[in-house]
Write a protein that binds this ligand. Sequence first.
Ligand code: SF4
Length: 90
Amino acid sequence: MCRRDEAGLFFAPSKEPTAARLAREEAAKRVCARCPVMVECREHALLQPEPYGVWGGLTAAERRVVLARRRRREVELRKAAATERIAQAG
Ligand code: SF4
């Protein structure tokens, strides 16, 4: 499937027009949706992080959103834990 990427679905060619990019990404996502390792692939791409291409059904821009959300959640959890420690100490 994406390993050979013979259809060129997963990575953008240079100077790709927006409409073509959106269509290509949707086609790649349809392949990902049928892939047995989609969850693992997505997590790998998020952890690396992979800066380009469709991985695990997410575009690079969508992965950046997920990562930003995760970072915000981590900060909130750390703040909550710190507040809890202060409350317990006080
Ligand atoms: S989920 Fe990952 S391994 Fe599966 S088709 Fe998509 S990019 Fe390829």
